[in-house]
Design a binder for this molecule. Structure first.
Ligand SMILES: Cc1cc2nc3c(=O)[nH]c(=O)nc-3n(C[C@H](O)[C@H](O)[C@H](O)COP(=O)(O)OP(=O)(O)OC[C@H]3O[C@@H](n4cnc5c(N)ncnc54)[C@H](O)[C@@H]3O)c2cc1C
Length: 815
């Protein structure tokens, strides 16, 4: 029956009354949007929220994800005072235990990252861990970590408190109201159809948890998530278990444990998960539970019995099996859908929706109200996915792997293995036959390195030099000393063309792209804050036609950003990624090699650095772009896909006596870091501006207006609060850095490493990272201070510089 107060319009309609929807509604009202309607098909919390365990663990892999949880913690503590609704908040701390030496190394790395991120965290002795958690067996442990600020809450109560706070701020909440369709016009959401009638809305927000995928599909929006069963048990009272007991995590045993009414709640993340609802979520799955599955739970139970001997005799009062939604990369999904304007998503919380719900709700509300996120949310940005991620077969197989990632060792360069190989370049089979070990990015199979034998084409994960170290070293060396070919086909490529193409791109790009035909320009795409939305290369192919080449991961994001700014302009954007394979020919012998296959002049006068020309290579006609990401003489060949095999074969054949060999992405990483080249998502994100990133050369304030110019004008001439620096270890034999490590200047924390690798030419770790300047000008005197990188507790002395450690003058690439 339709409620008499049911509105026919609202400024914002939030779909879903779980913790996330209630948090979004609450924060929209806090930001002054009072006309907010929240619709829940059942009753508040009836989806996944009601049966969550309620752990609030703060430290996340990415600094901004940590910030979201830190904010959740702040909010949950004060919600009761604000709303009168208790939340069950208890700051009990959490203890993590290790069963292996590798896990202890991880703990040391976590402790270092925690310092960089401002989270309280300390390594504690096993004796101390035993004191904190007396019912735990400790004789088999190798180490422990203590996070005093971690907490637990009652998820249903927090949600009710958020809902109450939202109502107090003006929001209206309607339960038993299902959204049945999304209305849209001209590519924008305009409202919803519901079981109580239609509501027109400026903004529609899909917070439908595991239902978010099907709601997305109703609207033509990709929300790639899949349900998986997630289980825990609750015991009766156990001697020695009391409400102040910290949360216990034993990740090598896949389990977490929390005190619950004098007993223990024990659940976990088994290595092979059990996907659920392959044919869709059943109707009326309200406060739904799934059947007990002791077979699936067995691995958790066995491990829990090792850690908590008291479980042997404890009464099992509850077996809770409820579905939760998981995403292809174990990060949740937020933001405005690239397919539909004014349609926002916050879903797929991978079992951290309670911890992240407060912060995610605020971040999305800010995004809605301000039109863009206020901090870098790239790890959870909906635009990191593409249409192919919505494939049911892919999702089912991927979530089976993803759930277990929570407690699996987060090895550096860890690759997911499920649902692969997916996107294959035309060179894939050739490279595979040469023992390429492929990594996966945006679904693309990309060669990481080439091994001498098939058996060696594997990654033996470790914190130190991994098995592929010598292979990547040889590829690195060949690029510096001879010539290598690399399959860069996964680069995202766009054609922007039409009468207004130039004008639109001038407004989007911070650099001046008014270049002659045949010229390429490296540029940032900035937002109004003057920070990075992307960085890419613009090649002018004709007066009104531009080829944009950008990172593999940025395809959806960049298309969305550029597409939004095309507006009414007479210009079109086409994704031509699949139309071209890309083969990089890099190294001092690159010219010699190409010259054997083309009649086109390749000397510096005819083909200078930064230009792009159509040339013949073997039997194919390709676009050759003289640029580099490795700091050597070289060309990137944009080859229409069907010719790629022939071009590759010709290069390999013609280059034998020049020492040509394949190179993979691990070599590219060490090569680019020696050259100080920045990478999107690490050094360049919406948190950093070009002055901080040291890229002012690619900003032309005097070219006319562009997005971000006003913000940069305000910053120009002032010393940036932080500065991107290159670091090189002073000794060749230090532990290996992988990114995320703490940077110290004269013993004081100043920042975090963004990227790191072993630099085979400079002979030691080479890294990039932002250091806080305290307002000082970064000059030789400032850089002469004592810099160190904390690698798993070991302070490694490094040299800091603004300039690239390798060939700072760029002589090699102009050779
Ligand atoms: C066993 C278990 C333990 C967990 N433990 C923890 C933990 O300790 N810490 C932690 O942080 N997280 C934990 N989680 C994860 C957490 O529960 C979820 O991430 C979180 O509840 C997700 O909240 P949500 O609002 O996105 O989804 P939900 O709570 O599922 O809310 C979505 C709502 O949308 C409604 N809806 C769907 N479709 C429509 C429609 N068409 N119209 C109207 N309404 C609709 C649904 O009815 C539902 O109520 C756990 C999960 C499980 C399963």
């Amino acid at each position: 029956m339709t409620s008499p107060n049911f509105p026919d319009s609202a400024r914002a309609v939030v779909i879903g009354g779980g913790i996330v929807g209630c948090s979004v509604a609450y924060h929209l009202t806090k930001l002054g949007w009072r006309d907010v309607v929240l619709l829940e098909q059942g009753r508040l919390t009836c989806g996944t929220t009601w049966h969550a365990a309620g752990l609030v663990g703060q430290l996340r892999a990415h600094q901004n994800m940590t910030r979201l949880v830190q904010y959740s913690a702040e909010l949950y503590q004060k919600l009761e005072a604000e709303t009168g609704q208790a939340t069950g908040w208890k700051q009990c701390g959490s203890i993590l235990v290790a069963r292996t030496p590798e896990r202890v190394t991880l703990f040391r790395r976590i402790a270092s990252a925690a310092r960089a991120q401002g989270v309280a965290c300390e390594i504690v002795s096993i004796e101390e861990a035993a004191r904190k958690y007396p019912v735990m067996r400790t004789d088999d442990l190798t180490g422990a970590l203590w996070l005093p600020e971690d907490a637990k809450v009652n998820p249903a109560d927090v949600t009710q408190a958020l809902a109450k706070g939202a109502r107090m701020g003006g929001a209206k909440i309607f339960e038993q109201t299902r959204v049945t369709a999304i209305h849209q016009k001209n590519g924008a959401a305009t409202g919803v159809a519901t079981t109580q009638g239609d509501i027109r809305a400026e903004v529609v927000i899909n917070c439908a948890g595991q239902w978010a995928k099907q709601l997305g599909r109703m609207a033509g929006v990709t929300v790639p998530l899949h349900s998986a069963e997630h289980m825990y048990i609750v015991t009766g009272r156990i001697d020695g278990v009391h409400p102040d007991l910290p949360v216990l995590r034993d990740p090598d045993g896949y389990i977490y444990v929390k005190e619950e009414v004098g007993g223990l709640l024990m659940g976990g993340f088994e290595p092979v998960a059990k996907p659920w609802a392959m044919n869709g979520i059943p109707e009326n799955f309200e406060f739904g539970m799934l059947p007990d599955d002791w077979d699936q739970f067995q691995i958790l139970m066995e491990n829990a019995l090792v850690r908590l001997p008291a479980l042997e005799t404890a009464e099992i009062k509850t077996f809770m099996n409820g579905p939760e939604s998981f995403t292809p990369d174990n990060n949740f999904i937020m933001g405005e859908a690239p397919e539909l304007k004014n349609f926002f998503v916050a879903a797929g919380f991978n079992s951290i929706g309670i911890a992240s719900g407060g912060g995610a709700g605020r971040a999305l509300a800010e995004w809605i109200v301000q039109g863009e996120p206020t901090l870098d949310l790239w790890p959870v940005d909906i635009r990191r996915f593409a249409r192919f991620h919505d494939n049911d077969g892919f999702l089912k197989e991927r979530v089976s792997e993803v759930l277990g990632l929570h407690y699996m060792m987060p090895w550096p360069n860890r690759e997911l293995m499920s649902a692969r190989p997916l996107r294959r370049s035309p060179l894939y089979d050739r490279l595979d036959a040469q023992n390429a070990l492929f990594g996966s990015k945006m679904g693309w199979e990309r060669p990481n390195f080439f091994a001498p034998t098939r058996a060696d084409a594997r990654i033996d994960y470790s914190w130190e030099r991994q098995n592929w170290f010598p292979y990547a070293a040889a590829e690195h060396k060949a690029t510096r000393e001879a010539v290598t070919v690399t399959d860069l086909t996964s680069f995202s490529k766009f054609l922007v063309q039409g009468h207004d193409a130039h004008a639109v791109l001038q407004r989007l790009c911070a650099n001046d792209i008014a270049a002659p035909v045949g010229q390429t320009v490296y540029t940032g795409l900035l937002n109004a804050r003057g920070t990075y939305e992307s960085d890419l290369t613009v090649a002018r192919l004709a007066a009104d036609r531009f080829l944009l080449v950008t990172g593999t991961a940025q395809a959806t994001r960049d298309a969305d950003w550029i597409g939004r700014h095309l507006g009414e302009a007479n210009a079109t954007l086409a994704d031509v990624t699949s139309a071209y394979a890309v083969i990089a020919v890099m190294g001092p012998r690159a010219r010699d090699l190409l010259a054997r296959l083309t009649k086109a002049p390749l000397d510096n006068d005819a083909f200078p650095f930064g230009t792009i020309r159509e040339i013949g290579v073997g039997y194919a006609t390709v676009l050759a772009s003289r640029r580099t990401y490795v700091g050597e003489l070289g060309w990137e060949l944009y080859v229409p896909t069907e010719y790629a095999g022939g071009v590759y074969d010709a290069l390999v054949e013609a280059g034998r006596d020049l020492g040509v060999r394949n190179a993979g992405y691990y070599a590219i990483e060490s090569l680019r870091l020696e050259k100080g080249y920045r990478a999107w998502g690490r050094e360049l994100t919406p948190d950093y501006n070009p002055y901080e990133a040291g890229l002012s050369f690619a900003v032309k304030l005097d070219k006319g207006d562009f997005i971000g110019r006003d913000a940069l004008l305000a910053l120009k001439g002032k010393p940036p609060a932080r500065r991107l620096l290159s670091f090189v270890a002073l000794s060749p034999d230090t532990p290996i850095a992988h990114g995320g490590e703490l940077i110290l200047r004269d013993g004081e924390p100043v920042g975090e490493v963004t990227s790191a690798a072993y630099g085979h030419t400079v002979g030691g770790i080479v890294a990039l990272g932002y250091a806080a300047t305290g307002g000082a000008r970064v000059n030789d005197g400032w850089l002469a201070a004592r810099f160190e990188i904390d690698i798993a507790g070991e302070r490694v002395p490094v040299r800091a510089s603004l300039k690239a450690p390798y060939d700072p003058a760029g002589a090699r690439l102009k050779g």
